[in-house]
Design a protein around this ligand. Structure first.
Ligand code: UDP
Ligand code: MG
Length: 155
């Protein structure tokens, strides 16, 4: 099964949306295999957002993401990377479809409540950036047979 990384950003934490957002993923059937609160500092944010350093909004992004603790999680499930991105909605929350997390809980491009890995390759890098091996848990979900057909469980 595929794994992906999410970050509930400082706006989600400070607006009291963390539980509601995590609930959406749980209700969908995604398995939480790692979850923690972290106060991100400049160094790790520069690494995480390395592709954006030259953008005019980068200083604001750094300040915003280090303004308070965030909640970081790893979710596991069938096609998890693409699925979680689609549940989040597009970057500009104003344009994100109703029913998505950004579409329902935000209206800004920068204060858009959640980060999610954008590809399988990025997910692997991001999971190892934020989680040690012993912070991720392999366990059997007791309802797995009600979530997937047998052939889907092997994917
Ligand atoms: N961002 C911003 N202004 C912009 C574009 C992006 O502040 O014009 C921030 C926003 O928080 C976004 C993050 O930079 O979530 C990463 O940008 P990316 O294009 O990777 O979007 P995402 O993958 O988060 O949808
Ligand atoms: Mg991105």
């Amino acid at each position: 099964m595929e794994r992906t990384l999410i970050i509930l950003k400082p706006d989600a934490v400070n607006r009291g949306l963390s539980g509601e957002i995590i609930t959406r993923f749980e209700k969908k059937g995604l398995k939480i295999v790692g979850l923690k609160m972290v106060w991100l500092k400049e160094g790790i944010l520069r690494e995480h957002y390395a592709h954006l350093v030259s953008k005019p909004f980068f200083p604001d992004l750094l300040e915003f993401m280090s303004r308070s603790p965030v909640i970081i999680g790893v979710l596991e499930g069938r096609n998890a990377v693409e699925l979680v991105r689609s549940m989040c909605g597009v970057t500009d929350a104003n344009k994100a479809a109703p029913g998505t997390i950004r579409g329902d809980f935000a209206l800004s491009t920068s204060r858009n409540v959640i980060h999610a890995s954008d590809s399988h390759e990025t997910a692997e890098k991001e999971i190892s950036r934020f989680f040690k091996k012993d912070e991720l848990f392999d366990y059997g979900l007791n309802n797995i047979k009600y979530l997937y057909a047998d052939d889907e469980m092997k994917q």
